[in-house]
Ligand binder design. Structure first.
Ligand code: SAH
Length: 458
């Protein structure tokens, strides 16, 4: 049967798509329904119809699934941040495990995957140490801050996101009331006018330090000193800065930072390594779970202290710095100049001397290493969601390290890249998914590959 836009259909949700949406069938017509949970019977309104499938808006849960839970956040459906708030945590973990396994099977062609149980979180809320709140006016003209609704730039007012730290609300309340009191205009994307664009807040989980950075479409705020006095009262406040961004684009931060009060950065720890984090630095948003992920990556490599380890796509050097105490030498390579600068200063801060960082394309760097006939015992790679490339992977094969540890935030590209490596002399030994972002569709994975030696191939 064919369906048209605005038709109402009743469906049993039988599956879960890669974005966490429910999938059901009505007379052979497949419908993808955001916010529907596997096991639900729902009524959905068709919002887009193709020949054999369509997309539906959830109108009513006729019979709730046993996996359905009450979302903690009142804005769970509108907000673009969470996709799985109505799904029990066990099922979220199941969804993420299946997502990794499914991609490895379909894209990678793997069978008998050595899957380890997924590593989830114990405390599901307030795990994010960073939030960037857009500021604007709502239809009634009131100044609002919160999050963009899914796929739009409409701001949903929410100063107390369940994934963020409780300090966020206090900061936002004080900044917004300062704006109201002194008639400071929020930025308007449509006209390019107005001053306050975003409020960036970062929190040190280990140190409990708080940083606020106001992103302005201008250089100065009215009565800056009064706002500083107010923000300083918040426990843990360490740094208050202004970032100037006058560009009409979606990029949140500009390049210029002006210190209003404090030291201009916060510090935090992952494992034993301490990091200095400024408004522009890259830093993992869930450091507690990141530590588990990186520890796993390093323990997979079974380092003895004698190895040369490559930390490819190293960002601010986190993996390499943690691994350095168990390796002879770590070589980090990363494309982003700012991240490499931070990596070098992190090494200095922590008195680590056996790590060398290079600011280069990882593929190019590996090609050069292979051409020079250099040696590496272990390659740890943590590429972006788009994965690695053939220049990199083919050079890994030429360098022939005993172990490759692939840390991935994109299961599709993980599957594609592992297919290449396993066709060229490596075998997958272990695959562990990690949940770094409860309530979202995202999943990270650590995969260990080891080199097949000639004897074991024969
Ligand atoms: N392990 C890192 C995070 C890795 S995220 C950390 O803990 O900080 C992926 C990194 O790959 C990003 O820092 C990104 O800048 C970098 N990157 C993307 N393309 C690259 C390339 N072609 N060569 C080297 N690095 C690249």
């Amino acid at each position: 049967m064919e369906f048209r836009k605005n038709d109402l259909v009743t469906l049993e949700i039988e599956d879960c798509g890669i974005d966490g949406e429910g999938i059901g069938k009505a007379d052979g017509f497949t419908v993808f329904v955001k916010d529907a949970v596997i096991g639900d019977t729902v009524t959905a309104k068709i919002i887009k119809a193709k020949k054999n499938y369509g997309y539906g808006r959830l109108m009513e849960v006729v019979k709730p699934s046993s996996y359905r839970v009450e979302p903690k956040c009142a804005f769970a459906r509108q907000c673009g941040g969470c996709q799985l708030q109505a799904l029990s945590y066990d099922q979220q973990l199941e969804f993420k495990t299946n997502k990794v396994k499914g991609h490895l099977e379909r894209i990678g062609g793997f069978t008998d995957i050595p899957m380890e149980p997924i590593i989830g979180m114990d405390e599901l809320f307030h795990y994010r140490n960073k939030a960037q709140f857009p500021v604007g006016r709502n239809k009634e003209g009131k100044i609002v801050t919160g999050f963009y609704a899914g796929r739009t730039h409409n701001i949903i007012e929410n100063r107390d996101c369940a994934l963020g730290v409780s300090e966020n609300k206090e900061v936002l309340d004080r900044v917004i009331s300062h704006m109201e009191k002194y008639g400071i205009e929020p930025y308007n994307e449509a006209t390019g006018k107005g001053l306050v664009r975003h409020i960036l807040i970062r929190y040190g989980y280990f140190t409990k330090e708080v940083m606020v950075c106001l992103i302005l479409n201008g250089n100065k705020l009215t009565k800056e000193d009064i706002l500083v006095e107010s923000l300083r009262e918040i426990p843990g406040m360490t740094s208050i800065t202004i970032n100037v961004n006058k560009k009409r684009s979606n990029v949140i931060l500009g390049e210029e930072i002006r210190l209003l009060w404090g030291q201009g950065y916060i510090t935090d720890k992952i494992g034993d390594i301490s990091y200095q984090i400024s408004p522009l630095s890259f830093y993992q948003v869930n450091p507690q779970q990141t530590e588990k992920l990186y520890r796993k990556a390093i323990s997979c490599a079974k380092l003895t202290g004698k190895e040369t380890v490559i930390d490819a796509y190293c960002g601010t050097g986190t993996i390499g710095l943690i691994a350095s105490s168990r390796a002879k030498h770590v070589i980090g390579v990363e494309l982003n100049r700012g991240a490499i600068k931070d990596a070098i200063s992190n090494a200095k801060r922590n008195h680590i001397h056996n790590v060398t960082f290079y600011n280069e394309d990882a593929g190019q760097f590996m090609v050069e290493m292979a051409e020079k006939g250099e040696h590496a015992d272990v390659v740890i790679m943590d590429p972006p969601r788009t994965g690695s490339d053939e220049a990199f992977l083919s050079s890994v094969v030429r360098l022939a390290p005993d172990k490759v540890v692939y840390v991935s935030c994109g299961p599709e590209t993980l599957a594609r890249d592992l297919k290449y490596l396993t066709k060229h002399g490596y075998r997958m030994k272990e695959c562990t998914p990690f949940d770094l972002f409860p309530f979202t569709k995202h999943v990270e994975t650590v995969c260990l590959l080891s080199k097949l030696h000639k004897r074991s191939i024969m």
